[in-house]
Design a protein around this ligand. Sequence first.
Ligand SMILES: [Zn+2]
Length: 230
Amino acid sequence: MEIIDNVGAPPELVRIIHEEAKDCDVTQVIFGAFIPGLHGDKGAFNPVVGSIIIDLGACIVDKAWMKKGIMFIPCVWFNLLMTAFHELTHAVQLEAEPELAGLDALPQEYEDEATEIAERRLLDWVKEHPVPKLSEMGWVGEQLKRLLNRLYAEMPEAVIEEVDLQGTDIVARAVDAARASKEYGTEEKTALLLKQIDEGMVGAKVGDRKYLTAYEAIDLDYVQHKTWED
Ligand SMILES: [Zn+2]
């Protein structure tokens, strides 16, 4: 498999792709930033030539994970991993059903499956690894440093927090993640979560601040059901 890196992809992302692409027919992975042909999409798979394109710029811009209370740096990192896993799943899908390549767009169920598998692979990865530091994220890290510098004037505390927590598996303030979760939103349940963090059952504490790890924050409702049953 050939890697064409026009920008400076994070080395860990390249490593993951090499590892995962062993099991499918991907011939080429191209990294770019703000690629006009992608119209803002974070990635694409071309079944004709077997190539995956990953748009590092679009992965920085998409803030969807922040709606779950997840901080900026991990939000971008999760976008990169999800995009890689999602497009790799399309490669596997098209290998299994080559006739799909004739369609203009994949049916929704294939998109849903790719996203679901990508999230599972992301959860597997975060269980084993901390989010890389900015200095380990190549061009993406450089862009994030610039953006955080600019944000510092507006929200110095949040920026310092992001920078201090880099390289760990801590990705969200517990209160923010609870507020954004479907079932954790009430004051009572948020209080229970904070108590569980105090007792060392979930999350992490830095000083007085209570946080959630990546594995917990990505799917807090799932974690919540588990702890409720205990
Ligand atoms: Zn897709």
